[in-house]
Design a protein around this ligand. Structure first.
Ligand SMILES: [Zn+2]
Length: 250
């Protein structure tokens, strides 16, 4: 092999190594949900943005679900949570609330927390300020009209947000809540592995993201009891977001 060929072969090997390292880094950050492999833009982590709660090592975590209520998956997830006596937090989409009001009432009746995931699930970074505000407000009103309670926490659809999104939510009184580890991801598609992966990655104060709508969530439903058991066997208590925040160190 000529020297020039060897040189280019070495360059190619280096590029492959660098690329695979970059992919590994992306996954190790936990930004692996199918809907979230996008850039997070211009946001300084601060008091209006939460990805994990400092519980001082206390083994408490919050299980959260996005995109419901869904006529097919939400009842199944509620069944699993009831069987395991676990309370969770649902970041609901306003138009799904209007389509499935009884499911929202059931969430609240069974002790779960309901929070804001916009009215129509748009990519907020592509929208103007008034539309962002309207999305949060309409979801808030959809929930409030059924439960009498105003939502306080906001999660941007597809993890797409910037300073404007966080600031507009904050003006409405919201803290933006992301997550520490996601249940659904590109690399783990078997329910047992999904559950095992979360159990291995969970840390005190973690916020776990799962979904109860928008796409096929049958694997999430299957993974859920295994995930709950996996966390509990390690001594973790699964609580609502409010309870997790109340365990946070000030
Ligand atoms: Zn979503």
């Amino acid at each position: 092999m000529s020297t020039i060929r060897r040189f280019w072969l070495a360059v190619l090997v280096c590029l492959v190594v660098l690329f695979s390292g970059w992919i590994h880094l992306i996954y190790s950050w936990g930004i692996e949900d199918p809907e979230v492999v996008r850039m997070v833009m211009n946001v300084e982590p601060g008091s209006n943005l939460i990805t994990r709660v400092d519980t001082g090592g206390k083994k408490v975590v919050a299980l959260t679900f996005d995109d419901g209520p869904d006529i097919f998956y939400t009842p199944r997830i509620l069944d699993v949570l009831r069987e395991h006596q676990v309370k969770a937090t649902f970041f609901v989409v306003g138009e799904n609330v209007e389509a499935n009001p009884e499911l929202l009432r059931q969430m609240v009746r069974e002790g779960h927390q309901v929070e804001n995931h916009t009215h129509t699930h748009p990519e907020l970074v592509k929208k103007g300020g008034s539309r962002i505000d309207e999305e949060i407000y309409r979801c808030e009103k959809a929930v409030e009209s059924l439960t009498g309670r105003k939502t306080q926490y906001f999660r941007p659809p597809k993890r797409l947000f910037n300073d404007d999104v966080v600031d507009i939510a904050a003006v409405r009184g919201y803290t933006t809540v992301l997550w520490t580890v996601g249940v659904e991801n590109r690399t783990t598609r078997v329910p047992q592995e999904m559950a095992r992966r979360v159990s291995h990655r969970v840390v005190p104060g973690a916020i776990i993201l799962a979904h109860d709508g928008r796409l096929d969530r049958s694997k999430t439903v299957e993974a859920l009891p295994l995930l709950i058991k996996g966390c509990q066997q390690q001594g973790y208590r699964l609580v609502t977001l409010d309870e997790l925040l109340s365990e946070g160190r000030r």
